[in-house]
Design a protein around this ligand. Structure first.
Ligand code: ZN
Length: 295
């Protein structure tokens, strides 16, 4: 059962929609899942608060020990009070729902077909579960890295000043800087993970519906930092999922919208006419079109 067999109940109506056109551009502009990106970033700030609480107590202990010339206590294991697994599962569910809803709107407005949302749930389930696990792993690894870095900073032998006392201020400053990098690191993941996953999901939904082409849309989804000039140039151009355009003129790197870091560009589906299969029919239609135009 392919996409059309499952979803369209009225071929006559669909045929009329396409007429003699080979393809139809989406009549709905897919939106970038900016709220989901924000939600992911919120996890970063929540984890920062949690990590701060844990780290601050330890930094105080360590500095007190250094001050009195005692060995610094061993850095304890940090287990977040935030359920990262549940948060990632929620994010992945949000992203799945959002993407399917966007796709549904594009199909509805363009083809007039009301698709059954349940059709997609199992299709995306494995991908989204893997995505959530991968993100959870990334976040945990990052926090552990920061914890270890903090340990290194605090274990460093302090310099002794002219008065013969240990110089503790530089250590406190470095430790503070290290512990407060949690939020920034997770924001970095958020920006990358949501854009890439969204682009991948849309590509999967498109391929399932035999939509091999898309139109590159840059504005108005650009991030605050602005659109990369190389992406702005692609706005409105048409591409195939299989042969992505060059997204970085300097490196020659190619990609689909969302593949680049912090890329908020969107792939707008171009629906092929399902009644025109293969080149022969396309050629016939083209000559019919030409004839029509001559009239
Ligand atoms: Zn972009």
């Amino acid at each position: 059962m392919n996409f059309y067999q499952v979803h369209y109940t009225d071929p006559g109506k669909l045929k009329k929609r396409f007429g003699l056109q080979h393809e139809l551009e989406s009549r709905y502009d897919l939106q970038y899942p900016i709220n989901i990106e924000r939600e992911y970033k919120r996890l970063g700030s929540d984890l920062q608060l949690d990590f701060d609480k844990w780290a601050e107590a330890f930094i105080v202990d360590a500095i007190t020990a250094l001050h009195s010339g005692n060995p610094i206590p061993e850095l304890p294991v940090y287990s977040p009070q935030i359920d990262i697994e549940a948060r990632m599962a929620a994010l992945s569910a949000l992203l799945t729902r959002f993407s399917i809803r966007q796709w549904r709107l594009a199909v509805k407005r363009t083809l007039g077909i009301d698709i059954n949302i349940d059709y997609y749930k199992s299709m995306l389930a494995i991908y989204m579960r893997e995505w959530a696990l991968e993100q959870e792993e990334l976040v945990r690894q990052k926090i552990e890295e920061i914890r270890e870095e903090l340990n290194t900073v605090l274990c460093e032998e302090p310099e002794i000043n002219d008065a013969g006392a240990p110089e503790l201020i530089p250590i406190v400053e470095t430790a503070d800087k290290t512990r407060s990098s949690t939020n920034t690191a997770i924001s970095f993941f958020a920006v990358n993970a949501v854009g890439v996953a969204y682009s991948d999901i849309i590509e999967q939904l498109c391929r399932d519906a035999e939509v091999g082409k898309y139109k590159w849309i840059t504005r108005p989804y650009a991030s605050k930092a602005g659109t990369r000039p190389d992406h702005a140039k692609l706005h409105g151009t048409k591409h195939k999922w299989d042969t992505p355009p060059v997204i970085n003129l300097k490196t020659g790197e190619t990609g689909n919208p969302g593949d680049d870091y912090n890329c908020h560009c969107i792939a707008s589906p171009i629906f092929p006419n399902p009644f025109l299969a293969g080149a022969i029919l396309s050629n016939i239609t083209a000559s019919v079109e030409r004839r029509l135009r001559r009239r």
